[in-house]
Design a protein around this ligand. Structure first.
Ligand SMILES: Cc1ncc(COP(=O)(O)O)c(C=O)c1O
Length: 376
């Protein structure tokens, strides 16, 4: 069902008086974030669907210039095929896949790009797929400058990468490089180092890379002071020129493309002294606030959507479940008179929010609206 459309989250609150958490998606922001990557990154922009699988997001990013989709499961593949059609470029970039899923992706959905970081995963591809597949070999470099080092789980060292590249080429596959330098990486040099490492592996293997997939990890709302996304693109461009000048590049950002495009509206169910209990929390759309340093912009509104007046005061913000884990890690400044029925709009809620929603405690209903502009 098409979501209702409003000028902003404020207008959505005054019209809907939402009793459940409400996610307000701003199509123009998604389009603009995609255009920024298209303008700056030296290659194709793919979208990591896991960051926000809301169907409209795929379309708005496509309108902004995203040309492919990084998918991690058959459900994500089906979503992209349903929304974007048979022609959409898909890369199955989970390094650990069941044989059944590889088979379905290859035969039913026409996926021709897969990632591996181990010989046994390569053997699965060799058993199941034709030689019209490109095998991306995912390398890992520890990255202390990221919020979540994704290389703790996936990726291989340079020597293993060279062996896998050689084996993939000998099996008759085209070979590519993949990396993810870590979620919210603060240092552009992480990408330069990964490019150098991948180029070294390819040279040792004696293979020509079809492309290099530079993954996600762009810092977006956690951008270090004084830096911009364009600084990261500049470093990537320079490293490409030095190490892989003739190789096509792509990237597959999740967070950076979608983070700013959504605001969520939560309602105050109870105020107890300097605590407010909201109808949304870390088992709802706020999981990322619990596990990261992100402190989103916010705006308090009355029940009917008027800005709440009053001196700001720090409040402990609790979610609706029975679990004490369900408390935001940082206090939130709200007008001192905030009370039952008022609403709080949180900005920067587009990434890993609705994607991580649970039904814990029988909660987790999330409603959707689209908006012309952001409110926070
Ligand atoms: C393979 C892969 N690509 C891209 C992404 C998106 O990363 P980010 O949200 O840091 O941009 C992820 C996130 O887990 C991933 O696993």
């Amino acid at each position: 069902m098409k979501p209702r459309h409003f000028a902003s989250a404020v207008e959505a609150v005054s019209n809907l008086k939402p009793q459940h958490p409400l996610m307000c998606l701003c199509p123009d922001v998604f389009r603009a974030e995609a255009r920024r990557f298209v303008a700056g990154f030296p290659g194709d922009i793919h979208y990591a669907v896991k960051a926000n699988p809301y169907p409209g997001v795929l379309h708005w990013l496509g309108e902004g210039g995203v040309t492919g989709y990084d998918v991690a499961s058959i459900a994500e593949i089906e979503l992209v095929r349903r929304e974007m059609g048979q022609g959409a470029h898909l890369a199955f970039n989970h390094p650990v896949k069941s044989r059944a899923d590889i088979d379905t992706a290859y035969r039913v959905h026409g996926v021709r790009d897969f990632v591996v970081d181990h010989g046994k995963e390569l053997a699965k591809l060799a058993d199941i797929c034709g030689r019209d597949v490109t095998v991306q070999v995912r390398i890992a470099r520890a990255n202390p400058d990221s919020e979540v080092d994704l290389n703790a789980k996936f990726g291989c060292d340079g020597q293993t990468a060279a062996q896998l590249m050689r084996q993939a080429a000998d099996l008759g596959f085209e070979v590519a490089l993949a990396t993810h330098v870590g979620w919210q990486s603060r240092e552009p040099k992480a990408w330069a180092e990964a490019i150098a490492m991948g180029a070294g592996a390819a040279a040792a293997a004696g293979v020509t890379l079809k492309y290099a997939n530079l993954g996600g990890g762009y810092p977006s709302v956690l951008m270090p002071q004084g830096r911009t996304l364009e600084d990261f693109f500049e470093v990537i461009r320079a490293a490409k020129a030095e190490h892989l000048p003739g190789t096509a590049f792509n990237c597959e950002p999740g967070s950076a493309l979608v983070w700013r495009g959504c605001e969520t509206v939560a309602q105050v169910v109870l105020r107890k002294d300097d605590r407010v209990y909201l109808n949304d929390g870390v088992y709802g759309s706020m999981a990322e606030l619990k596990y990261t340093r992100v402190s989103p912009p916010h705006l308090a509104l009355s029940q009917d959507g008027q800005p709440l007046e009053g001196e700001p005061k720090p409040f402990t913000v609790c979610g609706p479940t029975c679990d004490s884990v369900d408390i935001l890690p940082a206090q939130v400044d709200l007008p001192e008179g905030v009370d039952e029925g008022d609403h709080v709009v949180f900005g920067w809620m587009g990434a890993y929010s609705n994607a991580l929603l649970t039904t814990f405690n029988g909660l987790g209903a999330l409603e959707y609206a689209t908006v012309d502009r952001l409110a926070c």
